[in-house]
Ligand binder design. Structure first.
Ligand code: SF4
Length: 269
Protein backbone atom coordinates (compact mmCIF):
# COMPACT_ATOMS: atom_id res chain seq x y z
CA UNK A 1 0.00 0.00 0.00
CA UNK A 2 1.78 3.05 -1.33
CA UNK A 3 0.70 5.67 1.21
CA UNK A 4 1.32 3.47 4.25
CA UNK A 5 4.64 2.36 2.84
CA UNK A 6 5.84 5.90 2.27
CA UNK A 7 4.73 6.94 5.74
CA UNK A 8 6.71 4.09 7.30
CA UNK A 9 9.78 4.69 5.12
CA UNK A 10 10.02 8.49 5.24
CA UNK A 11 13.64 8.62 4.06
CA UNK A 12 16.45 6.39 2.90
CA UNK A 13 16.98 3.97 0.01
CA UNK A 14 13.74 2.07 0.70
CA UNK A 15 11.58 5.18 0.48
CA UNK A 16 10.96 4.80 -3.26
CA UNK A 17 7.80 2.64 -3.37
CA UNK A 18 7.89 1.99 -7.12
CA UNK A 19 11.57 1.01 -7.13
CA UNK A 20 10.95 -1.34 -4.22
CA UNK A 21 7.79 -2.92 -5.65
CA UNK A 22 9.23 -3.35 -9.15
CA UNK A 23 12.37 -5.13 -7.88
CA UNK A 24 11.00 -8.51 -9.03
CA UNK A 25 10.40 -7.15 -12.53
CA UNK A 26 13.98 -5.92 -12.72
CA UNK A 27 15.25 -9.26 -11.44
CA UNK A 28 13.28 -11.19 -14.05
CA UNK A 29 14.30 -8.82 -16.82
CA UNK A 30 17.88 -9.35 -15.67
CA UNK A 31 17.62 -13.14 -16.01
CA UNK A 32 16.72 -14.21 -12.47
CA UNK A 33 13.75 -16.46 -13.08
CA UNK A 34 12.87 -17.41 -9.50
CA UNK A 35 11.67 -14.57 -7.30
CA UNK A 36 9.90 -14.50 -3.96
CA UNK A 37 7.09 -12.22 -2.80
CA UNK A 38 5.71 -11.32 0.59
CA UNK A 39 4.04 -8.48 2.42
CA UNK A 40 4.36 -7.68 6.09
CA UNK A 41 0.76 -8.15 7.18
CA UNK A 42 -0.49 -5.64 9.71
CA UNK A 43 0.73 -2.35 8.24
CA UNK A 44 -2.38 -1.79 6.16
CA UNK A 45 -5.73 -3.57 5.89
CA UNK A 46 -5.07 -7.28 5.35
CA UNK A 47 -7.77 -7.29 2.69
CA UNK A 48 -5.83 -4.78 0.62
CA UNK A 49 -2.48 -6.51 1.20
CA UNK A 50 -3.93 -9.93 0.36
CA UNK A 51 -5.48 -8.74 -2.91
CA UNK A 52 -2.35 -6.77 -3.85
CA UNK A 53 -0.09 -9.75 -3.16
CA UNK A 54 -2.15 -11.99 -5.44
CA UNK A 55 -2.32 -9.28 -8.13
CA UNK A 56 1.45 -9.00 -7.97
CA UNK A 57 1.73 -12.79 -8.46
CA UNK A 58 -0.73 -12.60 -11.34
CA UNK A 59 1.29 -9.78 -12.93
CA UNK A 60 4.52 -11.82 -12.85
CA UNK A 61 2.79 -14.83 -14.34
CA UNK A 62 1.17 -12.73 -17.08
CA UNK A 63 4.30 -10.80 -18.08
CA UNK A 64 7.08 -13.37 -17.56
CA UNK A 65 5.13 -16.64 -17.73
CA UNK A 66 6.30 -17.56 -14.22
CA UNK A 67 4.66 -16.63 -10.94
CA UNK A 68 6.54 -16.22 -7.66
CA UNK A 69 8.63 -19.18 -6.54
CA UNK A 70 7.79 -18.49 -2.91
CA UNK A 71 5.49 -16.28 -0.87
CA UNK A 72 6.43 -15.31 2.68
CA UNK A 73 3.75 -14.48 5.21
CA UNK A 74 5.31 -12.33 7.94
CA UNK A 75 3.05 -10.24 10.14
CA UNK A 76 3.66 -7.50 12.68
CA UNK A 77 5.11 -9.05 15.83
CA UNK A 78 6.67 -7.56 18.90
CA UNK A 79 10.27 -6.38 18.46
CA UNK A 80 12.32 -4.04 20.59
CA UNK A 81 11.03 -0.95 18.81
CA UNK A 82 7.59 -2.15 17.75
CA UNK A 83 4.46 -2.41 19.84
CA UNK A 84 1.91 -4.37 17.77
CA UNK A 85 -0.96 -2.68 19.62
CA UNK A 86 0.11 0.58 17.94
CA UNK A 87 -0.82 -0.93 14.58
CA UNK A 88 -4.57 -0.93 14.22
CA UNK A 89 -4.31 -3.28 11.26
CA UNK A 90 -2.46 -6.00 13.20
CA UNK A 91 -3.82 -9.39 12.13
CA UNK A 92 -5.12 -11.79 14.79
CA UNK A 93 -4.39 -15.53 14.63
CA UNK A 94 -7.73 -16.66 13.21
CA UNK A 95 -7.67 -14.06 10.44
CA UNK A 96 -4.05 -14.89 9.70
CA UNK A 97 -4.92 -18.57 9.26
CA UNK A 98 -7.67 -17.66 6.81
CA UNK A 99 -5.31 -15.42 4.83
CA UNK A 100 -2.73 -18.22 4.58
CA UNK A 101 -5.37 -20.78 3.56
CA UNK A 102 -6.66 -18.46 0.83
CA UNK A 103 -3.15 -17.80 -0.50
CA UNK A 104 -2.59 -21.57 -0.59
CA UNK A 105 -5.71 -22.09 -2.69
CA UNK A 106 -4.95 -19.14 -4.97
CA UNK A 107 -1.33 -20.10 -5.78
CA UNK A 108 -1.07 -23.87 -5.30
CA UNK A 109 2.32 -24.11 -7.08
CA UNK A 110 4.11 -21.61 -4.87
CA UNK A 111 6.17 -22.43 -1.80
CA UNK A 112 4.93 -20.66 1.32
CA UNK A 113 7.35 -19.60 4.04
CA UNK A 114 6.74 -18.85 7.71
CA UNK A 115 9.50 -17.84 10.10
CA UNK A 116 10.37 -18.51 13.74
CA UNK A 117 8.65 -15.24 14.60
CA UNK A 118 5.45 -17.27 14.84
CA UNK A 119 4.91 -19.55 17.82
CA UNK A 120 5.13 -23.32 17.70
CA UNK A 121 1.32 -23.62 17.93
CA UNK A 122 0.78 -21.14 15.16
CA UNK A 123 3.36 -22.79 12.91
CA UNK A 124 1.76 -26.18 13.46
CA UNK A 125 -1.58 -24.84 12.32
CA UNK A 126 0.01 -23.07 9.34
CA UNK A 127 1.71 -26.29 8.22
CA UNK A 128 -1.70 -27.95 8.09
CA UNK A 129 -2.97 -25.04 6.01
CA UNK A 130 -0.26 -25.35 3.37
CA UNK A 131 2.93 -23.65 4.52
CA UNK A 132 5.80 -25.59 2.96
CA UNK A 133 8.95 -23.95 4.32
CA UNK A 134 9.82 -23.09 7.89
CA UNK A 135 13.01 -22.05 9.61
CA UNK A 136 14.47 -23.46 12.80
CA UNK A 137 17.11 -22.31 15.24
CA UNK A 138 16.96 -18.74 13.87
CA UNK A 139 18.73 -15.78 15.46
CA UNK A 140 17.61 -12.29 14.56
CA UNK A 141 20.30 -10.21 16.26
CA UNK A 142 23.36 -8.88 14.47
CA UNK A 143 26.09 -11.55 14.64
CA UNK A 144 23.65 -13.87 16.43
CA UNK A 145 24.90 -17.03 14.67
CA UNK A 146 28.51 -16.42 15.78
CA UNK A 147 28.00 -15.48 19.40
CA UNK A 148 25.37 -16.60 21.93
CA UNK A 149 22.54 -14.09 22.25
CA UNK A 150 22.37 -12.58 25.74
CA UNK A 151 19.00 -12.67 27.51
CA UNK A 152 18.47 -8.94 27.19
CA UNK A 153 19.62 -8.83 23.59
CA UNK A 154 18.48 -5.49 22.26
CA UNK A 155 19.72 -5.55 18.68
CA UNK A 156 17.19 -8.19 17.64
CA UNK A 157 15.14 -7.04 14.66
CA UNK A 158 12.22 -9.20 15.69
CA UNK A 159 11.25 -11.19 18.69
CA UNK A 160 11.53 -14.89 17.93
CA UNK A 161 8.55 -16.84 19.25
CA UNK A 162 9.79 -20.32 18.38
CA UNK A 163 13.12 -20.70 20.13
CA UNK A 164 13.59 -24.43 19.60
CA UNK A 165 16.81 -25.75 18.11
CA UNK A 166 16.90 -27.09 14.57
CA UNK A 167 17.07 -30.64 15.93
CA UNK A 168 13.92 -30.04 18.00
CA UNK A 169 12.11 -28.60 14.99
CA UNK A 170 13.13 -31.55 12.80
CA UNK A 171 11.95 -34.01 15.45
CA UNK A 172 8.68 -32.12 15.84
CA UNK A 173 8.03 -32.30 12.07
CA UNK A 174 8.76 -36.01 12.05
CA UNK A 175 6.39 -36.57 14.97
CA UNK A 176 3.70 -34.63 13.11
CA UNK A 177 4.13 -36.99 10.16
CA UNK A 178 5.89 -34.53 7.81
CA UNK A 179 9.18 -35.25 6.06
CA UNK A 180 11.66 -32.47 6.91
CA UNK A 181 13.42 -31.89 3.58
CA UNK A 182 16.69 -30.02 3.06
CA UNK A 183 16.43 -30.37 -0.70
CA UNK A 184 17.79 -27.68 -3.03
CA UNK A 185 17.97 -29.97 -6.06
CA UNK A 186 16.08 -27.73 -8.47
CA UNK A 187 18.54 -24.87 -8.08
CA UNK A 188 21.47 -27.26 -8.31
CA UNK A 189 20.05 -28.85 -11.47
CA UNK A 190 19.06 -25.57 -13.08
CA UNK A 191 15.36 -26.45 -12.75
CA UNK A 192 14.18 -22.89 -12.31
CA UNK A 193 11.69 -20.49 -13.87
CA UNK A 194 9.32 -21.91 -16.48
CA UNK A 195 11.03 -25.35 -16.43
CA UNK A 196 10.29 -25.58 -12.73
CA UNK A 197 6.74 -24.25 -13.02
CA UNK A 198 5.76 -26.72 -15.76
CA UNK A 199 6.91 -29.62 -13.57
CA UNK A 200 5.02 -28.12 -10.64
CA UNK A 201 1.81 -27.55 -12.53
CA UNK A 202 1.78 -31.08 -13.94
CA UNK A 203 2.47 -32.50 -10.47
CA UNK A 204 5.57 -34.32 -11.77
CA UNK A 205 7.81 -32.45 -9.36
CA UNK A 206 6.55 -34.76 -6.64
CA UNK A 207 8.60 -37.54 -8.26
CA UNK A 208 11.69 -35.49 -7.37
CA UNK A 209 10.63 -33.82 -4.09
CA UNK A 210 9.72 -36.99 -2.21
CA UNK A 211 12.88 -39.04 -2.93
CA UNK A 212 15.06 -35.94 -2.48
CA UNK A 213 13.42 -35.23 0.88
CA UNK A 214 14.31 -38.74 2.07
CA UNK A 215 17.92 -38.47 0.91
CA UNK A 216 18.53 -34.99 2.32
CA UNK A 217 16.88 -35.94 5.59
CA UNK A 218 19.23 -38.90 5.82
CA UNK A 219 22.20 -36.56 5.36
CA UNK A 220 20.92 -34.38 8.17
CA UNK A 221 20.38 -37.39 10.43
CA UNK A 222 23.90 -38.67 9.77
CA UNK A 223 25.64 -35.34 10.26
CA UNK A 224 23.70 -33.32 12.82
CA UNK A 225 20.82 -35.14 14.51
CA UNK A 226 20.57 -36.23 18.13
CA UNK A 227 20.26 -39.98 18.72
CA UNK A 228 16.48 -39.72 19.29
CA UNK A 229 15.87 -37.65 16.17
CA UNK A 230 18.05 -40.00 14.15
CA UNK A 231 16.04 -43.04 15.25
CA UNK A 232 12.72 -41.31 14.52
CA UNK A 233 13.97 -40.05 11.15
CA UNK A 234 15.28 -43.42 10.03
CA UNK A 235 11.95 -45.04 10.89
CA UNK A 236 10.16 -42.36 8.84
CA UNK A 237 12.48 -42.87 5.87
CA UNK A 238 11.91 -46.62 5.97
CA UNK A 239 8.16 -46.12 5.99
CA UNK A 240 8.25 -43.51 3.22
CA UNK A 241 10.35 -45.67 0.91
CA UNK A 242 7.25 -47.81 0.48
CA UNK A 243 5.33 -44.87 -0.99
CA UNK A 244 7.71 -44.22 -3.88
CA UNK A 245 5.57 -45.37 -6.82
CA UNK A 246 8.38 -46.28 -9.23
CA UNK A 247 10.36 -49.42 -8.37
CA UNK A 248 13.33 -48.07 -10.34
CA UNK A 249 13.38 -44.79 -8.38
CA UNK A 250 12.98 -46.65 -5.09
CA UNK A 251 16.03 -48.78 -5.91
CA UNK A 252 18.07 -45.66 -6.71
CA UNK A 253 17.05 -44.05 -3.41
CA UNK A 254 17.80 -47.20 -1.38
CA UNK A 255 21.22 -47.38 -3.03
CA UNK A 256 21.94 -43.70 -2.35
CA UNK A 257 20.77 -43.93 1.27
CA UNK A 258 23.30 -46.69 1.81
CA UNK A 259 26.02 -44.51 0.26
CA UNK A 260 25.01 -41.62 2.55
CA UNK A 261 25.36 -43.92 5.57
CA UNK A 262 28.84 -44.70 4.30
CA UNK A 263 29.87 -41.06 4.07
CA UNK A 264 28.94 -39.94 0.54
CA UNK A 265 26.87 -36.76 0.17
CA UNK A 266 24.85 -34.59 -2.20
CA UNK A 267 22.57 -37.01 -4.06
CA UNK A 268 19.54 -35.67 -5.88
CA UNK A 269 17.00 -36.41 -8.58
S1 SF4 B 1 12.96 -31.20 -5.91
FE1 SF4 B 1 13.75 -30.17 -4.09
S2 SF4 B 1 14.23 -28.07 -4.70
FE2 SF4 B 1 12.88 -28.98 -6.27
S3 SF4 B 1 10.80 -28.36 -5.63
FE3 SF4 B 1 11.19 -30.38 -4.78
S4 SF4 B 1 11.97 -29.95 -2.75
FE4 SF4 B 1 12.14 -28.04 -3.87
Amino acid sequence: HKESYEKLHPTGPKHDYAWHTEAMDRAMQGGIDDVGLGVLFGLESYRYEFAALLMHAEHLEAVYGVGPHTISVPRIRRADDIDPSMFSNAVDDETFYKVVACIRVAVPYTGMIVSTRESRECRERLLHLGVSQISGGSRTSVGGYCEPEPEDENSAQFEVSDRRTLDEVVRWLIDLGYIPSFCTACYREGRTGDRFMSLCKSGQIQNCCHPNALMTLMEYLEDYASAETKAAGEALILKELGSIPSEKVRQIVVHNLEKIRNGSRDFRL
